[in-house]
Design a protein around this ligand. Structure first.
Ligand code: XBP
Ligand code: MG
Length: 241
């Protein structure tokens, strides 16, 4: 049996650089559409990314900057409405081709498939966002390439909790030693490592400088990283486990 049997991909920041020019834009469009005078600029959004989950991020922002609104009984419903609007705007941005995959991601996925490696996704983002991104930026039928897609509210606790990775592993029916996770952030790496999964990090403008202790490797991107390179990184780590 091959040592490496499955790749488990994070989505936002890993498959594609979706936060600054995708989710952030969609949040601001939803706030404007709802007549709310919130605006998340690039720097502020980078700070808010410390909280995973769009709904959780809006609660976090309200705790810091809009305590009176947070205290209103209808705030929970407002957040749900805002998140629905935001997801609609985000999906439209993805469908318009505004969020291509990061360099080397598609090639790695094609090479892994050709090598018979099983594929999965473990993400905090909403399932409709994953479907839209795979269809628009990878291939119209590519959702079926991922045996397991764990996304959003399917688990009670989001990253850095390991829940989404545990959920995906249980459905893959594989031991952690046979899997390799791809992440972009400290929260994501904490989640995959808490689940016991060897992890390769590709950092981005929002996550450069995060604490990536425990990663097998930290790369700027996958532009020059073939599946053979990934296997070499994975196999090298076997001897030190
Ligand atoms: C990133 C997240 C998500 C997105 C927003 O997920 O934390 O919350 O920022 O998407 P990951 P939603 O890196 O695990 O892919 O608004 O749908 O949560
Ligand atoms: Mg991510």
């Amino acid at each position: 049996m091959k040592p490496l049997q499955a790749l488990i991909f994070d989505v936002d920041g890993t498959l594609a650089d979706t936060e600054r020019d995708g989710h952030r834009i969609a949040f601001n469009a939803a706030f404007a559409e709802a007549g709310l005078n919130w605006h998340w600029d690039v720097a502020l959004y980078g700070e808010l990314l410390a909280v995973t989950g769009g709904k959780e991020r809006m609660f976090h922002y309200a705790r810091l900057h809009a305590p009176a609104l947070l205290a209103r009984p209808e705030f929970d419903n407002l957040v749900r409405k805002l998140h629905t609007l935001k997801t609609q705007h985000y999906v439209h941005l993805v469908q318009a081709g505004k969020l291509p995959l990061r360099p080397g991601v598609a090639r790695l996925i094609y090479e892994a498939r050709a090598a018979g490696i099983r594929l999965a996704i473990a993400t905090t983002t909403s399932p409709e966002n994953v479907a839209a991104l795979l269809r628009a930026s990878l291939s119209p039928e590519s959702e079926s390439w991922f045996e397991v897609i764990g996304a959003g509210d399917i688990v009670p606790a989001k990253k850095p909790a390991p829940d989404i990775y545990d959920w995906v592993l249980a459905r893959l029916g594989l031991p952690v030693e046979a899997c390799l996770a791809f992440e972009d952030s400290e929260n994501g790496l904490k989640a995959s490592r808490a689940a016991g999964i060897p992890t390769l990090v590709t950092e981005n403008d929002y996550t450069r400088g995060h604490d990536f202790t425990g990663a097998l490797a930290v790369l700027s991107d996958l532009a020059k990283t073939t599946f053979a390179d990934v296997q070499q990184i994975f196999n090298k780590s076997l001897s030190s486990r």
